[in-house]
Every structure is written in C-alpha cells, then in structure tokens.
Design a protein around this ligand. Structure first.
Ligand SMILES: [Cu+2]
Length: 371
C-alpha cells in the first residue's frame, strides 16, 4: 500500500508539474497597449487607453506605454473605494510593474511620454476597470479569463484597433459643424481669423450705446473657445478627444471691449492667466469677481496687470446617490463650475496669456487691444 501511495504521489506530483508547466507556458504572454496619444504639435490630445478593452488569460500581463505630453495615470481601482486624487494615488504609487487581483488598488504616478512603461500581471480571473485618475472620461476594461478559455483577439488585432481609435480621436472633425464652422478645422494651426472677430467687434461697437444703457457689465465683444472636446465610447469604456488650444486665441479688439473665454471641453479644465503664475493656480486671483450667470470676470488696465481665472471647466456628471456637484475641483463652491471667464481691457497694448495647466502643450494666446 505504501508503495502504491508513493507511486500515486509521484504520478500526482508529475501531473501537477505538467499542469504547472503548461500554465506557465500560457502565462508568459505579455500584451501591449498605449496610454494617450497626440498630434505632433501636441494640440490635439486623445485622452484614451488604446485600445481600451482587452481579453487575456489569468497569469498574463499587460504593458501600457505612456504616449503623450499630457499627463495620465494607469490605475486599477478596487470596487467601492473612494475615487482618489491623482496627486495622492491609491494612496501611493507603483513604478515599473505591479500585480492586480481586484483586492488592492494599483496606480502609476501621473506620467508622460518617455517615462518607463507600466506592466501589470493579472493572477486572478475577473473583469477589471482601467482608469486614468487625471481624466475621468478615460477608462477601459481588462477581461481576465481562465487559461483554457479561447481569447477573441490577438496582439495584432489590438495594435490595429489602437491605431484606428487613435486616428479617429486625433482627427475628429464632426464637432466642427456643430460648434463652429471654422473653429476645429482651422483650429490652432492658423490663427488668422481675427478679421471675423474684428467684424464682430465693429458690429457690437455700433450697437454699444444701446447696450451700454442696460449697464451690462458682461458685454462680450469677442468669444474665444478655451479648449474643445468630445467624449467617445467603445463597449470597453470612455475615450475623449481634446483640442488643447485657445481657438482663435490671437484676437484684436478695441480698448473698452470685453473678451469672453468659454471652455467647450467636457473633460479638460483650463485657466486663462495673464502675468506670472500665482502660488495656487487652481483658484481665481483676488481681482476676479463672479457674474450673475456664474461666469467669472475681471478688468485689466494695462498689459502689466496680472489675473488668473482659476479652473474654468465643466462639472463632473452628477450620479444618483452622490451629492450634487461634489466635484473637488469646484474650488469656489458654486452650484456649477464656472465655464466662462470675461476680461475687460481698458487700455491699448499687447496682452499675452496662457493656460497654466497646458502651456507646456502650447496653449497660449494673445489679445491685441487697439485704441
Ligand atoms: Cu488648458
């Protein structure tokens, strides 16, 4: 009996070894995906995991490569945990590689193109949401199946899908017709649309005596789109296309005119900042006041004056069961986030401005104020 037991044990061990070996062979697969994409001038950003849905075996890993100059995180959160601030992480960060089984949060620090890629091993089966902590509307899913399961796609399929999604997000043009007949197509590559703004200003100037009588402090002579964006979706999650530019950001007005900036991006916050960056770039500087419609406004007397709008952005979507507008970025506690910033220019001169969050991507503008 002992011998038989011993033989059985040997057979069992051998069987285990074979099973383990075959699992290891299957488990060696490392999949690849990208985090973000951008046009060469960095003006158009794909806030997306590319692709954002992938099917793998337990034991496999996925390597995500950071691919843009806009910051992103690769984060795997635990169901029920409070959505963390990107600066704090899980709290804490993983660098280089990690393992995720759904029980403990894993995230990279905010990273950009050129940083080391991040490899996550998935030892357990399950469906795991992938999230960027910087961009709420940037997520995806990893489906982890048992090793014996057939996988629907290979790496070549995902590479092709990523390329297609990247192209769609970076060349999005359908928004142009719905928002502005020229804004998106001319966009940032050519800012030679000041003629149109001038004409608009002249038209408004003609009507000014009448409007001035209504004491409207927010008479806008010209509107600048501070960023334009669209949220797209695959079955795997959300992907967002953002034009990180002041569309028609170089404009010409007359002294006494007001310029209004509006954020047309569902995801990206922006600032409109004249002069040096304040210590806290997220909140409006003391010389900013709030208009009756919730927009923010300021008056600049000379090109050496400084003003910071703070974050101009859409609030996060409200969700059933959550406090209304619990957006932590809502620094001024308004019932909704300010999406407009208006500046009245009293004296002629050249006023340069930038977005403090995206000046590194080239998000700058200029207001030329004529007498
Ligand atoms: Cu910006």
């Amino acid at each position: 009996m002992k011998n038989i037991d011993a033989i059985r044990l040997v057979h069992f061990s051998l069987a285990l070894a074979v099973v383990s070996f075959s699992q290891i062979v299957v488990a060696q697969q490392d999949w690849h995906a990208k985090v973000g994409a951008e046009t060469p001038d960095m003006g158009r950003q794909a806030l997306a995991f590319l692709p954002n849905e992938i099917w793998i075996h337990s034991g496999d890993s996925v390597t995500w490569t950071f691919n843009s100059d806009e910051i992103h995180t690769l984060s795997l959160l635990v169901i029920g945990q409070i959505f963390p601030a990107f600066a704090l992480g899980c709290p804490g960060f993983s660098v280089g590689s990690a393992s995720f089984d759904g029980s403990t949060c894993v995230t990279t620090p905010p990273s950009v193109k050129g940083n080391p890629s991040f490899t996550v091993t998935f030892p357990e089966t399950g469906n795991f949401k992938v999230q960027c902590l910087v961009h709420n509307t940037m997520n995806g899913v990893v489906h982890v199946l048992v090793p014996a399961a057939a996988l629907p796609h290979d790496q070549a399929f995902y590479d092709k899908e990523a390329a297609n999604e990247e192209r769609d997000l970076l060349t999005d043009s359908d928004h142009a017709t719905s928002s502005d007949s020229k804004g998106m197509s001319m966009a940032h590559s050519s800012d030679m649309v000041s003629v149109r703004v001038l004409a608009e200003t002249n038209r408004l100037s003609g009507a000014r005596p009448k409007l001035a009588a209504s004491s409207g402090s927010t008479l806008a002579a010209a509107h600048v789109s501070a960023g334009v964006g669209e949220i797209a979706s695959t079955p795997g999650g959300l992907q967002t296309s953002s034009l990180v530019r002041f569309v028609k950001g170089k404009i010409t007005i007359h002294a006494g005119d007001t310029v209004e900036w509006g954020n047309h991006d569902p995801e990206e916050p922006h600032t409109i900042t004249f002069g040096p960056a304040p210590a806290n770039i997220f909140i409006p500087s003391p010389n900013v006041s709030q208009d009756a419609d919730g927009g923010l406004s300021a008056t600049l007397t000379s090109p050496s004056d400084a003003v910071n709008s703070g974050l101009i952005e859409q609030a996060l979507d409200d969700q059933p069961g959550k406090p209304v507008n619990s957006d932590p970025d809502n620094s001024i506690g308004a019932p909704f986030n300010p999406t407009y910033f208006r500046v009245k220019f009293l004296q002629p001169g050249t006023y340069n401005y930038e977005c403090l969050l995206h000046d590194n991507l080239g998000m700058v503008g200029q207001v030329l104020v004529l007498p």
